[in-house]
Design a protein around this ligand. Structure first.
Ligand code: SAM
Length: 287
């Protein structure tokens, strides 16, 4: 039988490809082209507009770091807002934290949620049915514009890159309202791409976050299928202390009930992830 491959279209002249065992879904939603396939090497894979979003094999790497770092940098997160993250992986990790009382997830494309539930059930597990979870199909920027002030302790933005529907999540208006919606010790984290290939994403969004938050930083995570080296997660808040000491992070993780549930995140790694290579650190605003 002829081999079938899919080439990621993220970069024009370079990229990864997967040999497809079986295509499971191909849908053109109101917002993007969605493909779910069974790969030969990474389990099932979700692709949006030709860009790899998550694979069953390595989604734990990204979702653990995007979720546990801000929740454990905060002294006691109770209300968490998740924007994007239609596969449900961030929602599942947020709800692992016993401290969390409410997790609101705002995903613009209901087809991503529907297809993730049907073809990638292991990513979210039972999170969709957790009584603390509220899943809203809508634009994340519309939600934060309407949300009450100081109503969330942590905002996690797991969006596509700043093109198409994701673009509004990288704007001044979005960050202005996030700053208003967060509590005074609140923390926001955004996926900011792979600086080796997309340095503008971290540079530009950090510059924008610095207009609304006094403390802007980033940390790194090595996600095998986000090709190009370290993936960066931009973070902003009103006070320093994100890179808390390892023992304090460990204690918080124990209280939250997540110690021992992870395969990439650890207390040591949380602290180390903020030690940025110079080519990434230079993308951050000078303090
Ligand atoms: N981990 C992936 C990455 O780093 O590129 C992101 C995964 S997640 C599937 C991205 C989600 O963001 C998609 O489901 C997309 O529909 C959603 N999204 C994009 N723009 C959005 C917006 N303005 N409001 C809410 N969700 C949005």
């Amino acid at each position: 039988m002829d081999e079938v491959w899919i080439n990621e279209t993220l970069y024009v002249a370079w990229g990864q490809r997967f040999r497809i065992r079986r295509e499971l879904a191909r849908v053109k939603s109101d917002f993007q082209d969605i493909v779910v396939f069974e790969s030969e090497t990474h389990g099932r894979v979700l692709v949006l507009d030709g860009v790899i979003q998550i694979t069953e094999a390595d989604e734990f790497v990204y979702q653990e770091m995007l979720t546990h770092v801000p929740l454990l940098a905060h002294a006691g997160p109770r209300n968490v807002l998740i924007i994007g993250a239609g596969d449900g992986g961030v929602l599942r990790r947020v709800l692992l934290h016993r401290t969390v009382q409410r997790a609101v997830m705002v995903e613009i494309d209901g087809e991503v949620v529907r297809l993730s539930k049907e073809f990638l059930p292991g990513i979210a597990g039972t999170a969709w049915d957790d009584p603390r979870a509220e899943v809203i199909i809508g634009d994340g920027v519309d939600y934060v514009v309407r949300a009450p002030a100081a109503s969330f302790d942590v905002i996690i933005v797991d969006s596509t890159d700043p093109v198409g529907v994701g673009e509004v999540l990288f704007t001044d208006e979005f960050y202005r309202h996030c700053a208003r919606v967060l509590t005074t010790d609140g923390i926001i984290v955004n996926q900011c791409g792979v600086p080796f290939m997309q340095s503008d994403e971290l540079r530009e969004t950090s510059r924008r976050r610095a207009r609304f938050f006094p403390y802007v930083s980033a940390y790194v995570v090595a996600v095998p299928t986000y090709v190009g080296g370290f993936m960066t997660l931009g973070v902003a808040c009103n006070a320093e202390g994100l890179t808390a000491d390892v023992e304090r992070i460990r204690q918080r993780a124990k209280q939250a009930g997540i110690l021992g549930t992870t395969r990439y995140w650890s207390p040591e790694l949380q602290a180390a992830a903020f030690a940025l290579p110079p080519y990434i650190a230079e993308c951050l605003p000078r303090r």
